[in-house]
Design a protein around this ligand. Structure first.
Ligand SMILES: [Fe+2]
Length: 240
């Protein structure tokens, strides 16, 4: 098992999905990870030209990337610096608070990188993921209806919709998450849709359904297929 496979296989509640400035579809090579515990995580650049997406404005995308994703990365670094100072004498309520924030900001970083990483495409589904989802749901449109409905259920609130490769079942499954810390315990995100209002309010107000339409117009299905392929390899490695 090489390092990439090892990283991909060690997925708990999201984990190692990383993006590149180019957003290269099939490859989507990872940027070098930060050093956990030492506050060295870096903000990855947007993997697409934000002026070129359909129905999502450059202003919205840059604000989302800089303030929400970038804020999570910077806050994670600060939390890790504080955790490095924890000793056996640190009050439990301080340790617990920092550890909760560590998980929240870590998942926010990972999920935002996956989200931006699966945008910038033409929205035309294809490949192995389309076949798998069509087989599981009767047809691909039925899966999309389910994914969209899950997103709509979060409209006006906050959370994520994540098509995840479930290592327990060996199948992709759509999951709901009401915050950054409810991701599947043993899965690999394949397609991530941010349903926090900051992802669409600037362009669509409270009209979450219009944002979901725009999201699907920009999905990079080549990236989703590449993630599926890596997850399937990791699943094989995990089976030993
Ligand atoms: Fe977000």
């Amino acid at each position: 098992m090489n390092r990439r496979d090892l990283m991909t296989g060690m997925v708990v509640a999201g984990t190692t999905l990383l993006v590149t400035p180019e957003g290269s579809a099939a490859a989507e090579p990872s940027r070098a990870p930060g050093t956990p515990g030492h506050g060295k995580h870096a903000v990855a650049p947007l993997p697409f030209n934000p002026a070129k997406l359909k129905g999502l404005s450059e202003k919205l995308l840059r604000s989302h990337h800089e303030n929400n994703y970038g804020g999570a990365v910077k806050n994670l670094n600060k939390v890790e610096e504080e955790l490095a100072r924890v000793t056996k004498d640190t009050p439990g309520f301080l340790v617990g608070g920092l550890k909760e924030r560590e998980l929240t900001f870590t998942n926010s970083m990972i999920l935002h990188e996956a989200y931006f990483g699966n945008l910038g495409g033409d929205g035309k589904a294809g490949g192995s993921i389309q076949k798998l989802l069509a087989a599981a749901h009767g047809d691909f449109g039925r899966w999309e209806e389910h994914f969209r409905a899950t997103g709509a259920s979060l409209g006006g609130g906050s959370g994520w919709v994540i098509l995840t490769y479930n290592f327990h079942s060996g199948q992709p499954q759509t999951y709901w998450s009401g915050n950054h810390t409810q991701a599947l315990a043993h899965g690999h995100p394949l397609l991530v849709m941010d349903m926090y209002e900051h992802a669409y309010q600037m362009d669509y107000g409270a009209a979450a359904a219009r944002y979901i339409d725009a999201f699907f117009q920009n999905v990079n299905w080549d990236v989703v297929n590449a993630r599926l392929e890596r997850a399937q390899k990791a699943a094989a490695a995990l089976r030993g």
